[in-house]
Design a protein around this ligand. Structure first.
Ligand SMILES: Cc1ncc(COP(=O)(O)O)c(C=O)c1O
Length: 424
């Protein structure tokens, strides 16, 4: 590989075993690696690739991998969508960074905020742009503390809200937090989806932060009615309800934002990941009245140099418009059903949890899961596990996946699952 050695030598690493797939190009649902070196001394151009790995038709020596996780729920439109690229180019010709967030009127920020608000229920009509999901969570927590004058913050077991100190403080898995303590004080972890959680809320709390469907816990959908009961309890106690839709947003679950499944309207909604159309962007929406708290006592209650970068907002707007124009939200449920049907009786599969194209295929153990992930990668499909559920396989493809591509992926997954069971 062209950059493998430099990758290990100079890039800060996050795990002892990175996937280390070198990506040279990405298009649609496909990731392309660099050309394989010739395996015979003569360098024959017709040397076959490793068995099972599909090659790029144009470059038969190039490795081609189906992206079945969309950069972890980012690339809903796939990679390199022409409308998104065009919007980025157009904006790059006008201006890049001109001023810190919030001081200048920058059309891409305003237009994306308008579009996002049009997809959200009342009274969510004001958006503050930042750069990532973690940063949006941090700022949403600050807004809740500022607005209520309270300090307590509640979240849920196995939730994931990001890796910065405040967002990590709200995370639901102690082993990921312990080495970084002390974290934020006055945080409280409650059982997700259980009514017992409602009894643990109290008037010292500024906010409850919740994923309407838990992502990194391995796709956990709360029982019907629970989010409504949580909303009612927050109202009764004057607690602000924050939905973290970093992962569930932008059509991934078949609706624009997962709040639409329950009809529950949060006080603050966090968005990130797919909202930037493949560029870094996060944000949080609230009513204008609530958002105004950040303008006084103190002024500049939250600020960011690069928040709402014009390139990211232009890409995000083009991406939301293309998702609409191509009717891609309507693809989500049929594709979900196709994967569920195709995999439910596959060898070793214990359960499939899903909400649209957020899917978790439950296997027996981490070793089992990792072996299947490695097998399917060898066969040309990129999938993954979950941060807080390492024994389930992640399926979260771009929404543009065709039925034929889904069927091919299901076939490869079934073969890998069968081969792994046979080898045990
Ligand atoms: C629900 C949720 N919130 C927040 C984050 C953090 O987002 P980021 O990695 O952009 O900081 C993630 C990332 O996976 C997430 O899934």
């Amino acid at each position: 590989m062209l950059h493998r050695e430099l990758f290990y030598r100079h890039l800060g690493q996050t795990s002892p075993e990175p996937l280390a797939f070198e990506v040279e190009r990405a298009e649609g649902v496909w990731l392309f690696g660099p050309a394989e070196p010739p395996s015979d001394p003569a360098g024959s151009a017709t040397t076959p690739l490793s068995a099972g790995i599909p090659a790029d038709q144009a470059h038969p020596r190039r490795r081609k991998v189906l992206d079945l996780i969309a950069g972890i729920a980012v690339s809903g439109l796939g990679h390199g969508h022409p409308k998104v690229l065009e919007a980025i180019r157009r904006q790059a010709d006008r201006y890049l960074h001109t001023m810190v967030y919030g001081e200048f009127i920058q059309a891409p920020q305003v237009l994306l905020a308008e579009k996002l608000c049009s997809l959200l229920p009342d009274p969510l009509d004001s958006v503050f742009w930042v750069n990532s999901g973690s940063e949006a969570v941090e700022a949403a927590l600050k807004l809740a503390k500022r607005a209520t004058g309270r300090t307590g913050l509640a979240s849920f077991h196995r939730s994931y809200h990001g890796a910065t100190h405040g967002a990590l403080s709200m995370g639901g898995t102690e082993s990921w937090k312990a080495p970084f303590r002390p974290l934020l004080p006055d945080t409280h972890l409650l059982p997700y989806g259980e009514d017992a959680a409602l009894d643990l809320l109290c008037t010292d709390m500024a906010a409850v932060l919740v994923e309407p469907v838990q992502g990194e816990a391995g796709v956990r959908v709360p029982p019907d009615g629970w989010l409504q009961r949580l909303r009612a309890r927050c109202d009764a106690l004057g607690i602000l309800l924050i939905f973290d839709e970093a992962q569930t947003g932008c059509g991934r679950t078949g609706v624009w934002f997962a709040q639409a499944h329950s009809g529950v309207v949060p006080d603050i909604m966090v968005t990130a990941k797919a909202i930037g159309g493949g560029l870094p962007l996060g944000g949080f929406a609230a009513s204008r009245d609530l958002m105004r708290c950040l303008t006084h006592d103190p002024v500049l209650g939250h600020i960011s140099t690069f928040g709402g970068h014009p390139l990211s907002c232009a890409a995000g707007l083009a991406s939301l418009e293309a998702l609409s124009a191509e009717g891609l939200l309507d693809r989500v449920k049929p594709l979900e059903a196709r994967f569920r049907e195709g995999l439910q009786d596959a060898p070793g599969v214990q359960d499939i949890r899903s909400c649209g194209l957020m899917m978790a295929v439950q296997l027996g153990s981490w070793d089992h899961n990792k072996a299947v992930i490695d097998r399917v990668l060898q066969a040309g499909i990129l999938t993954d596990w979950f941060l807080y559920c390492d024994d389930a396989l992640r399926i979260a493809p771009p929404l543009i996946l065709t039925d034929a591509e889904a069927d091919w992926a299901i076939g490869v997954l079934r073969e890998a699952l069968a081969a792994e069971m046979a080898s045990r």
